[in-house]
Design a protein around this ligand. Sequence first.
Ligand SMILES: [Fe+2]
Ligand SMILES: [Zn+2]
Length: 345
Amino acid sequence: MLKDMRRFHTCNCYYTDNIFIEKYKLHVRFVSEDQFRKDYQNILRTLGCTTDAQLDDVLDDIQSEVERRKNLAIQSAERKAIIKKTHKPLREHVYSLQESHLAPEFLEIVKYCHTDDATEEGLLSLLTTEAAPRVYRFPVFTKDFCRDLVEELEHFEQSDAPKGRPNTMNNYGVLLDELGLDEGVVSPLREEYLGPLSALLFPDCGGRWLDSHKAFAVKYAVHEDVDLSYHYDNAEVTLNVSLGKDFSGGNLYFGDMRQVPLCETECAEVEHHVTQAVLHRGQQMHGALPVTAGVRWNLVVWMRASRQRNLLCPMCGAPPSLRPAPGRGDGFTDESGREGVCALT
Ligand SMILES: [Fe+2]
Ligand SMILES: [Zn+2]
């Protein structure tokens, strides 16, 4: 069996950049208090952060977010070990992806991508194209699989197991790696099914070279997170599947790539139906409208291509400054030539 022996890395910007201040819906960079005051004090004032005490609260929040990020890998590995030992699944079959979990239309789409003469145009004729540029929609899972997966996620959510936050903007959800869904579900989904699609749709954004991912389920409900502010992902290609349950509102909206100024951007709304995925470039700005009733679960996979991000970090927009990380880190690899690429085991 070919085993990927590469050491994965994170970009050092993870510890300074894209820190989200929830109260003022603002992403900031924090290197020092002086730099922070200089860069953001005026903007924060216009957003209602006017007193010293309010600014101190913001600085405290930043401090704890940076600490969380520094300890994340170790704490995540600890949680994963505890969950593996103690968590009793409710729906065992969702931990191992089977063809019977996938929508027949999706299997047809992937089959087409595997044919020798597959083209982007041919593939597009099988997908729903959206008003937003290069945003595509198609069924992925069966209804039964979505229902069982949500039941499993809620069973885990209600258990005493330790839980990590899915990402820096969502407060409610499940990290799929920690729950043990990564190896059996997300990896085969990326490698065997989504890779061939992304290669045809996003060859210019690393779609041919997807070699790692971060996956989580996010939950929106009226008294929890209701929406998601406009942002870009730490991904080359993002998959977002609507899993259920019953909800109103919560459509996604898309603008342009992050490099395009906001004033030149018009947003397009994309409907999201249960069992269907929306596939888009990670660097295309997007958000989620408020859920107005019910509970909405989404499966999000941030797919990464080391070949692409090793050149330019998608988060700081500069060549990455690498720091070795456990697991798949943030999907960067060191290509300076000292590391082996593969080992036969
Ligand atoms: Fe996103
Ligand atoms: Zn970076």
